[in-house]
Design a protein around this ligand. Structure first.
Ligand code: SF4
Length: 472
């Protein structure tokens, strides 16, 4: 263990502007490899059924616990920066048929994997899971507890829209067994909140966090976004300061990507209100210094945690993992995704459910698992996944580990990729050794750009684009 602690690089200073500019560039977040945009529609219900059944047969001897994700798509009001799969509605009666459909979907899954399989992680995301009333949340947890065995030490987490809960509702979530909360803050500045149509005063969040702590929630995560309309380096500095006083256990600091042609809600954001490149870099640099000064450890990509948080400890001990919810302390469990657009992974298969409610309901009414697309990993995917996840989680790849795990000698099989890492090495972002690759402390901030070098699909896409432009 000491060897890993000694060699796991922790950022010693804020990276140079050039590195910060790269963080803001587009690129996959590698919550999976291959990434979800590579899933194909030839993977449907029969393929998922077969994968679930194979898991059932293989896992009986092992008793491996599952992870479960439930997507609740409804939100009462639209945040203009939103890029999630959601349904905006004030009609709360829409929740009842959705719960019925979820019940049906769970039954179809359990038909394949068997009843009461152990679950060590449950996450309710959305949309806004707290769109559901207390009774509906009770009903949902009843469905899940009836069909799965939630282990006594399971991590039960839920995304909470601060505008939809109060201390009483938090107490109800605690009674239902939830022990982790994720709160969407984004920014505390009133002008920014108005510009993104998400108004939630600092005092509201502060009081909720105080109540959550008193109720014994083990971990509170908050999400922040920089690059939003009306944000300035000064206003975001104030927000970071306010957040630091709340001492959330974990902080996710995302960059806003303005893609109005792809995400319709973003068309309501005035382009002229958006901070320009240098301001974004200043916000990011300032946030990184402030979080470090406030005692937060850098976990990776855009995640920070207090040193005593399980994620920070796992990072120091080289036990960090990554799944569709981001960084995790638990080994990569098989994941059952439930609900519209939910993503899952069973064995070597990734899958995603139908993205619209009509398609999701129609599949279930026809008695079919509502899966719409997926991907079965081949041998090449598996080794690249192992390399990418080692980079993203440990910041290092040991050639001997890959040889032992995948039977592949990276020095020869990935000679081209190692050459492509040379410019990163020249900039001090990675170190290339005879026995492996190490991400440096500055390199941690661009770790997804480093991982992209090993993404066959992305490299193929670049090659095709180049070939295409040459042909044209
Ligand atoms: S950001 Fe969250 S709460 Fe806002 S519309 Fe999107 S899914 Fe709903």
């Amino acid at each position: 263990m000491s060897e890993v602690i000694a060699t796991t690089p922790l950022p010693s200073s804020v990276p140079p502007d050039e590195v910060l500019r790269r963080i803001q560039g587009p690129g996959p977040r590698y919550t999976s490899y291959p990434t979800a945009d590579r899933f194909a529609d030839r993977f449907r219900a029969p393929e998922l059924k077969a994968a679930l059944w194979a898991w059932h047969v293989a896992s009986e001897a092992v008793c491996a616990p599952l992870s479960v994700y439930v997507h609740i798509p409804f939100c009462e009001s639209l945040c203009y920066y939103c890029a999630c799969n959601k349904v905006i509605t004030r009609h709360h009666e829409r929740a009842a048929p959705y719960l019925e459909a979820l019940d049906h979907e769970v039954a179809l899954v359990v038909e394949q994997i068997g009843p009461c399989r152990s679950v060590s992680q449950l996450h309710l995301g959305g949309g806004s899971p707290t769109f559901l009333s207390d009774d509906e949340l009770t009903e949902l947890m009843g469905i899940l507890r009836l069909n799965f065995f939630l282990t006594p030490d399971a991590e039960l987490s839920i995304e909470v829209d601060p505008r939809t809960v109060d201390a009483k509702r938090l107490a109800h979530l605690r009674e239902l067994g939830f022990n982790r909360l994720s709160l969407g803050i984004q920014d505390f500045d009133p002008a920014v909140q108005k510009a993104v149509h998400r108004e939630q005063p600092f005092e509201l969040v502060r009081d909720l966090m105080t109540a959550a702590r008193a109720l014994g929630f083990a971990s509170i995560n908050v999400d922040l976004i920089y690059g939003l309309p009306r944000q300035t380096p000064e206003s975001f500095h104030r927000t970071i300061g306010q957040v630091a006083t709340l001492r959330p256990d974990r902080i996710a600091l995302y960059a806003y990507a303005h893609l109005p042609t792809r995400f319709k809600p973003q068309r309501r954001i005035e382009g002229a209100d958006l901070p320009e490149g240098p301001q974004r870099v200043a916000m990011l640099a300032d946030a990184l210094s402030a979080l470090r000064a406030d005692g937060y450890d850098y976990i990776g990509m855009d995640h920070f945690a207090l040193p005593g948080d399980a994620l920070a400890i796992a990072k120091r001990e080289g036990r960090l993992h990554r799944n569709f919810q981001g960084y995790s302390t638990q080994p990569d469990c098989d994941l059952v995704g439930l609900g519209v657009s939910a993503i899952g992974r069973i064995g070597d298969c990734f899958y995603q459910n139908a993205k619209t409610l009509p398609a999701y309901y129609a599949a279930l009414e026809a008695g079919r698992l509502p899966v719409e697309r997926g991907h079965r990993l081949d041998a090449d995917d598996r080794v690249r996944r192992d390399i990418i996840m080692a980079l993203m989680c440990q910041g290092r790849v040991d050639f001997a580990d890959i040889l032992a795990r995948d039977g592949v000698d990276m020095r020869t099989a990935f000679a081209d990729e190692l050459v492509r890492l040379a410019p990163f090495a020249a900039e001090g972002l990675v170190e290339l050794h005879g026995d492996g690759i190490r991400v440096t402390s500055s390199g941690w901030y661009v770790v997804r750009a480093i991982a992209m070098v090993f993404d066959r699909y992305l490299q193929q896409q670049h090659a095709d684009r180049e070939r295409f432009s040459r042909v044209v």
